[in-house]
Design a binder for this molecule. Structure first.
Ligand SMILES: NC(=O)c1ccc[n+]([C@@H]2O[C@H](COP(=O)([O-])OP(=O)(O)OC[C@H]3O[C@@H](n4cnc5c(N)ncnc54)[C@H](O)[C@@H]3O)[C@@H](O)[C@H]2O)c1
Length: 293
């Protein structure tokens, strides 16, 4: 069993929005990191954006040029998965949010990784048992390891045990999160959405009920939650920030899975996606930004 002090080499699979910054966070924290992606251009984009992020930190005086260079030297782009993960003590999968993609990756990890390596997924919605059942011969070494966007900035990591995850694996994940400068929370049992998105789902549903029922405007619902509950953003501002389409697809996936009418995406969201009102990225969502941001 890998202990926290055994972890020297990290592998991050998927160099997109999340994976590239997760890899950088680990490298900034002193770990050697192999960053892998199935697409060569995505891997190069991820590495380029990390070089730019390190440059920004250096120019703001948050790290020295030597610290920046050392972090980048610890971070390697490794296009072949067997090379990237074969020597890893801790693997973080951050590939596309598709069960088939993740299961295929974990089946490969089962063959190429050391038997004691800890294998985790950054998935936002797919619990670890669905990924490892039938793909890993030892599922006790796997867990969800869920970062928030942007991963170099947001402090929270949700560590979630599956039914087979060992206590040792969960505790190494918790400590690894701390060692890379994060604040972990532990879910003893897996549940869709973990803590944050589970509760956010209920909150958003209630906000849509009030909006669609004509009880209050989006502006006033957002204002009420900001001033009444101290939330930094209201649910509609958050939808615009994250992407109305992202929210719609997440709800649709959930609805397809449960068939529960309470999970059906609100009609207004579907209409906004059809009309291309996707939030900040298109300049218009629940709010009008006047231009693309
Ligand atoms: N974007 C977010 O805000 C966010 C937040 C938390 C967690 N997540 C989770 O992180 C994961 C990645 O999300 P993202 O937003 O970074 O996606 P993304 O689309 O930006 O990046 C995914 C990357 O994975 C690569 N990829 C796909 N299949 C692969 C394979 N078989 N092997 C190696 N690489 C492969 C793609 O080429 C792409 O570069 C998802 O599971 C998502 O649920 C996303």
């Amino acid at each position: 069993m890998t202990t926290i002090d055994d972890i020297k080499q990290v592998c991050v699979i998927g160099a997109g929005t999340m994976g590239s910054q997760i890899a950088l966070q680990c490298a900034l924290s002193g770990y050697a990191v192999n960053l892998n992606d199935a697409a060569a251009d995505a891997l190069e984009r991820g590495m380029a954006s990390n070089r730019a992020l390190v440059g920004q930190r250096v120019s703001k005086g948050r790290i020295t040029p030597a610290q920046g260079d050392a972090a980048l030297a610890r971070l390697q782009a490794v296009p072949d998965l067997a090379d990237a993960a074969g020597t890893a003590d801790f693997v973080i999968e951050a590939a596309f949010e598709r069960l088939d993609v993740k299961r295929e990756i974990f089946a490969t990890l089962n063959d190429i990784c050391a038997p004691q390596a800890i294998l985790t997924s950054n998935s936002s919605t797919i619990v670890i048992s669905k990924i490892v059942d039938g793909t890993l011969s030892d599922p006790s070494r796997a867990a969800n390891f869920h970062f928030f966007h942007p991963a170099t900035v947001m402090k929270l990591v949700e560590v979630s045990k599956g039914p087979a995850t060992s206590e040792e694996t969960a505790q190494v994940c918790m400590e690894f999160a701390r060692r890379i400068g994060k604040e972990p929370v532990l879910l003893e049992k897996e549940i869709y959405g973990f803590i944050v998105n589970y509760i956010l789902g209920s909150l958003s549903r209630a906000a849509f009920e009030l909006l669609e029922g004509g009880y209050a405007t989006a502006e006033d619902i957002d204002k009420a939650l900001k001033l009444g509950l101290g939330h930094p953003m209201g649910p509609f501002e958050l939808a615009d920030f994250s992407g109305v389409d992202i929210m719609y697809h997440a709800m649709q996936t959930r609805y397809a899975e449960t068939g529960d009418p309470a999970d059906k995406p609100p009609a207004i969201l579907e209409q906004m996606v059809r009309e291309g009102r996707l939030g900040r990225k298109t300049g218009k969502g629940f709010y009008d930004y006047g231009h693309e941001t």
